[in-house]
Ligand binder design. Structure first.
Ligand code: PMV
Length: 359
């Protein structure tokens, strides 16, 4: 499917009214995407675990209208402040989905986790919305499952880059890379050459700071344009993508640990060395990282830490260590989590269609 193949040619026989609902998960990148070109094209390829319990549920109700109108409700409350981002999304997708100009939309959405907390709510949010929009098109335009998810990923990307990976479980790859067949900058592809141990890998997210981020990822991505270390970083990510492929296939937890932690720390090192520089780590982020490393050393538990663009720490480990990990969190780490909060998640299977009705 080329870029132009994503355009829906027909405007007739669309339903007059209806509603569709999807549940779509967040994801946690192992090789990070940081730096982009217009519009929403990645400077390097990335790969992520799709999560299971951190998801957005979105219901999109629609009625024919002369012009596009949009209302957004988050947790039952109307949120006009979300409209700007959503309007930008609709403007970007209208070339590919011209029918969005002919509806009044009501978007009702809720997350199972706090938004703007460094957990990728934009990833789950935009993928859920893209899946809802595309479901309307599928009603009149026959799309195979492969093409449906490919276009859904393509549309999600135009809302938020990392969202395009959320469309697939257990892992998604976004960005053209010679070692990943079918990979593209335009959309993510599913990745399933995954060793058993990673299929239900655990991700316990230690919520260090649930506040609104001081520096948005959009700004952070832009700061990579003139970043003095950008070229080397993109080269490193390219090599990491290559190395991770074998690690994931072989179930090599030791090598996984070294690569994934290097990625997380490099991401934040890029932030700390951009102009202007900024730092998303909080004192408790560092405290937790050091405590995890000490525990790993002392008790030989294969813990890996990773971070998104935020202060929260994702603690990754094989499912067989779940009890040990939760005990460690309860006994020692919880004191460094905001309001003693953490979220237990694991690698998941991808989005779920919850409901659709058309008239
Ligand atoms: O999708 P965005 O623009 O929110 O960027 C997300 C970037 C990271 O989460 C830091 C890394 C990634 O690949 O998900």
């Amino acid at each position: 499917m080329q870029q132009e193949d994503f355009t829906c040619q027909s405007l007739s026989h669309f339903p007059n009214t209806g509603a569709v609902a999807w549940q779509s998960p967040s994801n946690i990148a192992l090789v990070k995407y940081w730096g982009k070109k217009p519009v929403q094209l990645p400077a390097n390829a990335s790969i992520s675990f799709t999560l299971s319990n951190c998801y957005t549920s979105t219901k999109l109700s629609f009625t024919k209208s002369d012009t596009r109108r949009v209302q957004v409700f988050v947790d039952g409350q109307e949120k006009p402040s979300f409209l700007k981002k959503i309007e930008t999304f609709f403007e970007r997708i209208e070339t590919y989905c011209p029918y969005v100009n002919n509806y009044a939309f009501k978007i009702e959405t809720e997350n199972t986790f706090p938004h703007s907390s460094g957990i990728a709510s934009s990833a789950s949010g935009f993928s859920a919305l893209a899946l809802c929009v595309l479901s309307i098109e599928r009603k009149i335009n026959e799309l195979s499952d492969v093409d449906f998810y490919k276009k859904a990923s393509f549309l999600s990307r135009l809302g938020s880059g990392s969202a395009c990976r959320s469309v697939y479980g257990p892992m998604g790859v976004w960005g053209a890379h010679e070692h990943y067949e079918g990979s593209s900058n335009d959309f993510a592809v599913p990745y399933s050459d995954v060793h058993e141990v990673f299929k239900n890998y655990q991700d316990t997210i230690l919520l260090v700071d649930k506040g609104q981020k001081k520096v948005s990822s959009t700004l952070g991505h832009d700061l990579m344009i003139d970043h003095p270390f950008a070229k080397n970083r993109f080269e490193q990510a390219r090599n990491h993508m290559f190395d991770l492929q074998k690690i994931i296939k072989d179930g090599n937890i030791l090598a996984f640990n070294r690569l994934v932690e290097k990625e997380a720390l490099t991401l934040h090192a890029m932030m700390m060395t951009s102009d202007p520089y900024f730092m998303l780590f909080k004192p408790n982020t560092l405290k937790i990282i050091h405590m995890v490393w000490e525990k790993r050393e002392a008790d030989k538990i294969p813990f890996t830490i990773t971070l998104d663009a935020g202060a929260n720490v994702h603690l990754l480990y094989p499912a067989e260590y779940k009890q040990v990990a939760l005990q460690f969190i309860q006994d020692e780490l919880i004191a460094y989590c905001q309001n003693e909060q953490y979220i237990c998640d694991e690698v998941g299977k991808g989005p779920l269609l919850k409901m659709e009705q058309y008239a």
